[in-house]
Design a binder for this molecule. Structure first.
Ligand SMILES: Cc1cc2nc3c(=O)[nH]c(=O)nc-3n(C[C@H](O)[C@H](O)[C@H](O)COP(=O)(O)OP(=O)(O)OC[C@H]3O[C@@H](n4cnc5c(N)ncnc54)[C@H](O)[C@@H]3O)c2cc1C
Length: 432
């Protein structure tokens, strides 16, 4: 017996990452017909961590997905830990202590565990792996419908396409394409690389590492670089992400050569050279980085998109606004997108006829917020890297650090829903 759906339209979500799976699981819960197409093979995820701030946690909860995620984490993965900022130079003086607060409850966990929790909520018959979307076109039989094209030559016809296909999004190309103009990518190298590795804490301690490491993340600040140090596995391991940026190159003016890998390996000596002259704890840290360490060339959506929708197609998450990771806000922003999309698509007055207006309301509501967070993430990196507006003194940096998180974390996500619905009432898409 075929399943009865609440709506007269079907949704295809391209990309089964953090935002795609959350969006699909919540749409399915709302009784909407949804199919997910993911380029990777199942369970290809490896090692990386994910941090979700309060607005991301709230969005998950509002989509009724939080409990499933919480079942997959350790009790100390949820909570407020604040942030400690130390100078990366000299004696590593404490520059600023962003204190933990109960209203800042965040989740920090393995990405794979997060995805496993969500994938179980989506009907396996509607989850298609090894399906890389290459492009989207109008359906040849019904111009209101869309045809999703895959690298294997197959296609899928649907009413709505949500592009959760990450920073290299194929869906974004459809949204930004302009007739008679060369293809656009809106993608740029951020002139920032991240070295990432895990170090056993016992080794650091034995080598005389002095900065006190508790369960709170620590950020070492310095000229054009910073290092985030997060104790994991009850403090047994230290997760290190060291960022090195070039401020003399304007964003978008220097991209990696076509086809160059975004992730490669460098030697421990290469990192030590990059951080030459930093304080003794930083030198100790890098003595214990793995001999071969991953280096990520961090990319951005740049220039920013003029719209987050075109017809019945809408990107979300990194596909819409891939940003610098310096506020750990990328996934949270994508979950805010997902929540609004789910609420709008499942609204009683949404139907095939008004889908375009509904997705436009998503775009006009989400774009300013996500763009603000994109810019704040940029600004955060500048402050950590001694390029903040109040300069590189401890007092200047403390002043710039103090208010970085509030607008990101203390945000009433539900207001977006009211705003978008009010836009739809004002333009007569929905009744008063
Ligand atoms: C060094 C670093 C540290 C970070 N730390 C944090 C952090 O602490 N907190 C945080 O919130 N964010 C962090 N981020 C950012 C965060 O990882 C992203 O914002 C988040 O993963 C975006 O989720 P997404 O679902 O939009 O994209 P992704 O998680 O990238 O998922 C995209 C999915 O789409 C699939 N896909 C790609 N192309 C196609 C295609 N053509 N067809 C079908 N499927 C496709 C991919 O295989 C993938 O599964 C960090 C990023 C970096 C680089």
């Amino acid at each position: 017996m075929s399943k009865a759906f609440e709506k007269d339209f079907q949704v295809a979500v391209i990309g089964g990452g953090v935002c795609g799976l959350a969006c699909a699981a919540a749409l399915q819960k709302a009784g909407i017909s949804v199919q997910v197409f993911e380029a990777a093979v199942p369970f290809a995820e490896i090692g990386a961590g994910i941090g979700l701030g309060p607005s991301g946690v709230h969005s998950l909860n509002a989509m009724d997905l939080l409990d499933a995620v919480l079942q997959n984490i350790n009790s100390n993965d949820l909570g407020s830990r604040g942030f400690l900022f130390h100078s990366g130079l000299g004696e590593h003086e404490l520059v600023y202590d962003y204190p933990p607060a109960p209203e800042d409850a965040s989740i920090s966990m393995h990405r794979a565990a997060f995805l496993n929790a969500l994938v179980e909520l989506v009907d396996p018959q509607n989850t298609h792996f090894n399906k890389r979307c290459t492009s989207i076109s109008e359906s040849p039989t019904d111009p209101k419908r869309l045809l999703v094209h895959f690298i294997d030559g197959n296609t899928h016809e649907t009413d709505v396409v949500l592009g959760a296909d990450g920073i290299k999004s194929a869906v974004r190309h459809f949204v930004v394409a302009k007739a008679d103009e060369p293809p656009r990518h809106n993608l740029a190298f951020s002139n920032t690389v991240a070295y990432r590795g895990l170090i056993p804490y016992a080794q650091l301690e034995a080598a005389g590492f002095k900065t006190r490491l508790t369960d709170r993340p620590v950020c070492f600040l310095g000229p054009s670089k910073h290092i985030i140090v997060v104790p994991i596995k009850n403090g047994e391991l230290i997760n290190v992400a060291a960022f090195s940026a070039r401020y003399d190159i304007p964003t978008g003016s220097h991209n990696l050569p076509e086809g160059a890998p975004w992730v490669d390996q460098v030697s421990r000596e290469d990192i030590q050279k990059d951080f030459d002259g930093w304080g003794v704890d930083v030198a100790t840290l890098f003595r214990f980085m793995p001999e071969k360490t991953m280096r990520w060339s961090v990319h951005l959506v740049y220039p920013s998109l003029e719209n987050y929708s075109k017809g019945h197609v809408a990107p979300l998450g990194d596909a819409a606004h891939g940003m610098l990771p310096h506020l750990g806000a990328g996934a949270g922003q994508g979950l805010e997108d997902a929540l609004l999309l789910v609420r709008l698509l499942s609204h009683p007055e949404t139907q095939t006829e008004n889908l375009q207006s509904v997705l436009e309301a998503y775009s006009t509501t989400r774009r300013p917020r996500a763009q603000m967070v994109w810019e704040a993430s940029h600004r955060a990196g500048s402050v950590y890297d001694h390029h903040g507006p109040h300069g590189p003194t401890a007092i200047g940096m403390a002043q710039d650090l103090r208010d970085l998180w509030k607008p990101i974390w203390r945000y009433e996500v539900d207001n977006d829903i009211d705003t978008a619905i009010s836009v739809l009432r004002t333009n007569a898409t929905f009744s008063q």
